[in-house]
Design a protein around this ligand. Structure first.
Ligand SMILES: Nc1ncnc2c1ncn2[C@@H]1O[C@H](COP(=O)(O)OP(=O)(O)OP(=O)(O)O)[C@@H](O)[C@H]1O
Ligand SMILES: [Mg+2]
Length: 329
C-alpha cells in the first residue's frame, strides 16, 4: 500500500471582522487541526453536519484555498500552498467534482469544449487510468477522440458533444463533471456531495457509476457527504467531522459496526430505515442516542463558551481512532 496524500495538522481559519474599524475580532475555525493519510486506489468518506468544514478540506486539498497552517504532501512532495501546487501541475493529478454541476459547468460552452479544456492544458494521456504517467499528446485528433471516449465511459451518446449544459438533466450533468475530472488522468478525485442534489433513484445510478470508474481506473476518492448511508456504500475508510475537528476515523466496518464517539452514534441513528416496520424502533433509538449525547458530551468535548471542541484522536486499534478525553479508553 502506498501513501498518495498526507494531510498533517491542517488548520483553516476565517477572520470575523466587526465594529466600526472592521477589526478582526475572532476566527471561524472551519478546519481545526486535522490529519489524514489517503492511500493509492482507496476510497475515503468525509462525513459531518452542515458547516463542519468538509468542503473547506476539499478546497484546500485541490488548491482552491490556502490553509492557515499545517502541511499537505502528495507522493512525498510538499503541496501545502496553491503556489506549490501550481509549480508541479498538481491539478492534473487531483480533481474535484462539485455538488452543483449547474454552476460548475460553463453555460456558454458545449460539452465538447468543456471536456477538451483539461486535455488541451495537460495533454491527452496515452491511456486512461490513475497509474499511467507516460507521454501526453496535444494533437487535435487525439483530443477529439478522447472526448468521445470519455463521453462513452460516462454513458453519454457521442451526439451530446455539441450540446450545452442546460440541455442535460442533473444526473447527466454529474456525468459530464466526472468526464471532465477523468480527462486529466487524476490519481485522486474529491467529490463534494456529488449526488445530494439528485433524486433518490438517480442518486443510485450516479453512485454505481462513480464506483465503477473508481475501480476500473484505480483512482483514490475522497467522497464528501452529510449522509453516512451514502458513504457506506462507496468507501473503505471514513472520517467523521464535527465543528472543524475529526471526532472518529476508521475503516467503514469500524464506523458501522463499532462506533465509539457519541457524535458518530448520533449520525448513525439518523440514517433512515427503508423497512417501515423498523421505523418505530429507529425513532426510539434516536431518542436514546440523543439522551446519551447530552449526558456524556463532556467525555468527548471540551466546552469553550458555547463551542464544543472535540478532544484529540486516541488510537483504539491499528485502523480506528476516536476523539476522547485522555485515559477514557
Ligand atoms: N470564505 C469563507 N469565509 C468565512 N467563513 C467561511 C468561508 N467558507 C466557509 N466558511 C465557514 O467555515 C465553516 C465550514 O464551512 P464548510 O463549507 O467547509 O462546511 P461543510 O461541512 O462543507 O458544510 P455543508 O455540509 O453545508 O456543505 C462554516 O462555518 C462556514 O460558514
Ligand atoms: Mg460543503
Amino acid at each position: 500500500m502506498s501513501e498518495l496524500v498526507k494531510i498533517e495538522n491542517l488548520k483553516v481559519y476565517y477572520p470575523i471582522k466587526s465594529g466600526f474599524f472592521d477589526r478582526v475580532t475572532d476566527n471561524v475555525k472551519a478546519v481545526d487541526d486535522v490529519s489524514l493519510t489517503i492511500e493509492t486506489g482507496k476510497t475515503y468518506g468525509l462525513v459531518g453536519e452542515s458547516g463542519s468544514g468538509k468542503t473547506t478540506i476539499g478546497k484546500v486539498l485541490v488548491g482552491l484555498e490556502n490553509p492557515t497552517s499545517g502541511k499537505i504532501s502528495f507522493e512525498g512532495q510538499v503541496v501545502t500552498t496553491i503556489k506549490q501546487k501550481k509549480a508541479i501541475n498538481y491539478n492534473k493529478d487531483v480533481q474535484m467534482i462539485f455538488q452543483d454541476s449547474q454552476s460548475s459547468l460553463n453555460p456558454r460552452k458545449t460539452i465538447g469544449d468543456i471536456i477538451s479544456e483539461p486535455l488541451r492544458s495537460f495533454g491527452v494521456p496515452g491511456k486512461i487510468g490513475a497509474g499511467y504517467d507516460g507521454q501526453r499528446s496535444f494533437e487535435q485528433d487525439k483530443i477529439n477522440a478522447r472526448v468521445l471516449e470519455l463521453l462513452d465511459i460516462v454513458g453519454l451518446p457521442a451526439r451530446t458533444v455539441t450540446q450545452y449544459p442546460f440541455q442535460f438533466s442533473g444526473g447527466q450533468r454529474q456525468r459530464i463533471g466526472v468526464a471532465r475530472a477523468l480527462a486529466t488522468n487524476p490519481k485522486l478525485i474529491v467529490a463534494d456531495e456529488p449526488v445530494s442534489a439528485l433524486d433518490l433513484s438517480v442518486q443510485a445510478q450516479v453512485l454505481n457509476f462513480m464506483k465503477k470508474i473508481q475501480r476500473d481506473y484505480n483512482i483514490s476518492f475522497l467522497f464528501i457527504s452529510h449522509d453516512l448511508g451514502v458513504v457506506r456504500y462507496m468507501t473503505d475508510n471514513i472520517a467523521i467531522m464535527h465543528n472543524g475537528r475529526f471526532v472518529e476515523i476508521g475503516t467503514t466496518e469500524d464506523i458501522f459496526d463499532n462506533a465509539k464517539h457519541i457524535f458518530t452514534k448520533r449520525l448513525l441513528s439518523a440514517i433512515p430505515s427503508l423497512d417501515v416496520k423498523k421505523r418505530e424502533e429507529n425513532r426510539a433509538e434516536r431518542k436514546r442516542v440523543e439522551r446519551e449525547f447530552v449526558q456524556y458530551k463532556n467525555d468527548y468535548y471540551q466546552q469553550i463558551g458555547s463551542y464544543m471542541r472535540a478532544y484529540d484522536l486516541e488510537s483504539i486499534s491499528e485502523t480506528h481512532f476516536v476523539a476522547i478525553k485522555k485515559g477514557e479508553n
